[in-house]
Design a binder for this molecule. Structure first.
Ligand SMILES: Nc1ncnc2c1ncn2[C@@H]1O[C@H](COP(=O)(O)OP(=O)(O)OP(=O)(O)O)[C@@H](O)[C@H]1O
Ligand SMILES: [Mg+2]
Length: 285
């Protein structure tokens, strides 16, 4: 997609909410084409960091650069252009449920177009063909005319990815994209993100609450704890000590077992709450 090799630079970025520091003095350099997984306990600052990258919220301190441009200072149409270049998908998909799938995907193109064309709601034949191709790539073209709200969670996340592709992004941010999905749909969605990363060279930065997913799909893992980056390296360097630094010790002073960071939405909530024995609540883990 992009011929340039553009690096995302995060320099001394912090974000405070009142007295609470959600993200604290984060420095990261992410070259174009990496597939990055951000891990950490609930409240570690993962979502806040992603949301600052595409300017859903602004840093309290520090700067974010992409390809040499300080995106943390952009306003108006340059800001919209950055938000187009930097697509985002969410745990809850954020589709318009009453609109059909095809229109939801076409909405990814809005920032590319003249306001008048947007007001008239007209999409060209080429745009429609591209949207269908994106849906075909994600193996859901047959749902094109259904209201998005009638699809399963896994299908809806694939629609959200197709919509992100329509933005022709350089960076794709994903905030816990598989946290609401069953393991099979989770695999389909992660495989799709990996395919986009490998085939188009789009940088993918995804928050993940399952360590095994981060290890399987990401070539770089960033571990956050209390707003700070406490691990940054390839999956093979994420040893027991590093996992302990990211997730901390459990309430009994023992180490957090890797298995309890594994595939379940509710497990994350249990880690956050740090209560009770895990085994009876999670048969099969
Ligand atoms: N809009 C907000 N207003 C006030 N506090 C916020 C806001 N957004 C985040 N926070 C706080 O900032 C901290 C980091 O939150 P964040 O959502 O970034 O964590 P997270 O790592 O994404 O957690 P989770 O795994 O639960 O999604 C938390 O203490 C949270 O309560
Ligand atoms: Mg979050």
């Amino acid at each position: 997609m992009s011929a340039t090799s553009a690096t995302l630079e995060i320099r001394g970025v912090s974000r405070r909410f009142g007295k609470n520091t959600a993200v604290s003095a984060v420095d990261l350099s992410i070259p174009q084409g990496q597939m990055v997984g951000i891990i950490g306990r609930s409240g570690a600052g993962k979502s806040t960091l992603l949301r600052m990258i595409n300017r859903l919220i602004d840093p309290s301190q520090g700067s974010i650069f992409f390809d040499g441009t300080e995106v943390s200072r952009l306003q108006g149409s340059p800001l919209r252009r950055w938000q187009r270049d930097c697509a985002m998908i969410f745990q809850q998909f954020n589709l318009v449920p009453r609109l059909d799938v095809l229109t939801n995907v076409l909405l990814g193109r809005l920032n590319h177009r003249a306001t008048i064309a947007n007001l008239l709601g007209v999409f060209s034949r080429e745009e429609r063909a591209e949207a269908i191709a994106a849906l075909e790539r994600l193996d859901i073209a047959r749902t094109a005319l259904q209201p998005a709200g009638t699809l399963s969670g896994g299908q809806q996340q694939r629609v959200a990815i197709a919509r992100a592709l329509m933005q022709q992004p350089k960076v794709l941010l994903a905030d816990e994209p598989i946290a609401s999905l069953d393991p099979l749909n989770a695999k389909v969605v992660m495989d799709s993100l990996q395919d986009i990363n490998l085939r188009e060279g789009i940088t993918v930065i995804t928050n993940l609450h399952t360590l095994d997913t981060a290890r399987t799909y990401c070539n770089r893992i960033i571990g956050m704890a209390a707003g700070k980056v406490v691990f940054d390296g390839p999956p093979e360097d994420l040893n027991r000590e590093a996992v302990r630094m990211v997730y901390g010790a459990d309430s009994k002073g023992g180490e957090i077992s890797e298995v309890i960071t594994s595939t379940s939405v509710t497990i994350k909530q249990r880690i956050a709450a740090s209560t009770g024995p895990l085994e009876p609540a999670f048969p099969g883990y």
